[in-house]
Design a protein around this ligand. Structure first.
Ligand SMILES: *Cc1c(COP(=O)(O)O)cnc(C)c1O
Length: 431
């Protein structure tokens, strides 16, 4: 039988670098042929060979309602009739932002953009402009998009400035980026003690989904908040992945339950708020947001920002996830998945740990949940790759890299979870 995925991959590689428009899609970490998707519906994807998969990527997070939710499609179809883009303001942008403000109490104003990268980059510029300070803190293993100043890994030694993780980023561009270990209180204290009055912002994924699934501990998040307040730095939560995914108000809502009065100064959003269309946002307190052009001196703009079709899609999505019990049901099925995977791994005698929050999950071939990037990367890559391919062969599409989180949608049924666990039992048996 001819493999149409392979034929398409070969054709793609001739004209698109690596055959893909975003690196992780190329299956480089796990090997093998990427599946070229022809259509998606509910919890399922179909590839170019006509093979069906239960989808645990959901476009890397946005598809929280599952693919092709009828009310979302209807909103998009209706919007399209009225034109694809105007480059002028619309009422729907206000509606979407008002909806976001209603659900995320720490936000007073929001600017809409097209991608999480753009939102993260703009948030950093705004934080620097608003504070008049140059330095930013980020954590190893957190991803905030591919802006130059954020493509950086830790240097040697405590709280030293980092090294670019990409060619094409001159060291001078990352000289103001401090890279610290996630959940490491001593490094955090030391960084503020040494550079406190120079730090514009501390940016963090509250649940780091770009190193699979690692929670910032409550004491760590509390200390991030305290130190930012004490030193006049802005606490920026990157909730591009966790926003409207782990809970209705995002991860900040969960931390606010554990830390009375907890709020970030700024929040970066994306993924779910676009419902599958290119849409992201950053927001915060009025005094900070009013530093943005055209009101203030910090420049930021976008030809397609607040696009009428994308905002229609995002708005329909945000309205649907507010149905009573939506997150409870989603969290329950996601928890059933990770508990089931853990039980199957135990039965197979494979060291394994897993966690979830809302509709986001992670699993590791490690006996205990990791707390930072180094621990994540110490997990058994060869075993993960065999498991990934075992699941793929059995019709389950997991993220093709051990450092990526997984996502369950409202379209995933108990039967889908059960089928996934059955696939896992047989895949684990071959490890
Ligand atoms: C996906 C992601 C981004 C980047 O968003 P893009 O839309 O891919 O540019 C930034 N931060 C986090 C936490 C993400 O998960």
């Amino acid at each position: 039988m001819s493999d149409r995925n392979q034929t398409l991959f070969d054709r793609a590689k001739a004209v698109i670098p690596g055959g893909v428009n975003s690196p992780v899609r190329a299956f480089k970490a796990v090997g093998g042929t990427p599946r070229f998707i022809t259509r998606a519906h509910g919890a399922y994807l179909w590839d170019a060979n006509g093979q069906r998969y239960i989808d645990y990527i959901g476009s890397w997070g946005p598809m929280i309602l599952g693919h092709g939710h009828p009310q979302v499609l209807q909103a998009v179809q209706q919007a399209i009739q009225d034109g694809l883009s105007y480059g002028a303001p619309t009422e729907r942008e206000i509606e979407l932002v008002e909806e976001i403000l209603k659900l995320v109490p720490s936000l007073e104003m929001v600017r809409l953009v097209n991608s999480g990268t753009e939102a993260g980059m703009s948030a950093i510029r705004l934080a620097r402009g608003a504070t008049g300070r140059p330095k930013i803190i980020k954590f190893e293993g957190c991803y905030h998009g591919h802006a130059d100043a954020l493509l950086v890994k830790a240097g040697s030694g405590l709280a030293t400035f980092g090294h670019p993780t990409s060619a094409g980023v001159p060291p001078e561009v990352v000289q103001h980026t401090l890279v610290l270990e996630y959940n490491n209180l001593e490094q955090l204290e030391a960084a503020f003690a040494e550079h406190g009055d120079q730090i514009a912002a501390l940016m963090i994924e509250p649940i780091a989904g770009n190193m699979n699934f690692v929670r910032a501990s409550v004491p760590f998040m509390r200390r991030c908040r305290e130190l930012c307040t004490q030193h006049g730095a802005l606490l920026v939560l990157d909730e591009v992945m966790t926003g409207f995914r782990v809970a209705l108000g995002g991860a900040q809502r969960l931390y606010a339950q554990a830390i009375p009065g907890f709020e970030p100064d700024m929040t970066v959003l994306g993924k779910v708020i676009g419902g599958g269309m290119p849409l992201a946002a950053f927001g915060g307190k009025r005094a900070v947001m009013e530093q943005l052009a055209p009101l203030g001196p910090v420049y930021q703009a976008g030809t397609l920002s607040g696009n009428p079709v994308a905002t229609a899609c995002g708005l329909a999505t945000l309205r649907l996830i507010q149905q009573p019990g939506f997150f409870d049901g989603l969290a329950q099925r996601t928890r059933a998945l990770v508990d089931g995977l853990q039980a199957e791994a135990r039965r197979a005698g494979v060291p394994f740990s897993a966690d979830s929050e809302g509709g986001m999950f992670g699993f590791f071939f490690l006996p205990e949940l990791p707390r930072n990037y180094a621990q994540v990367m110490a997990s058994d890559a060869a075993r993960f790759n065999r498991f990934f391919h075992g699941m793929l062969q059995r019709g389950v599409y997991l993220a093709p890299a051990l450092y990526e989180a997984g996502f369950v949608s409202a379209a995933h049924t108990d039967a889908d979870i059960a089928a996934t666990l059955e696939a896992a039992r047989s895949a684990l048996a071959t490890l």
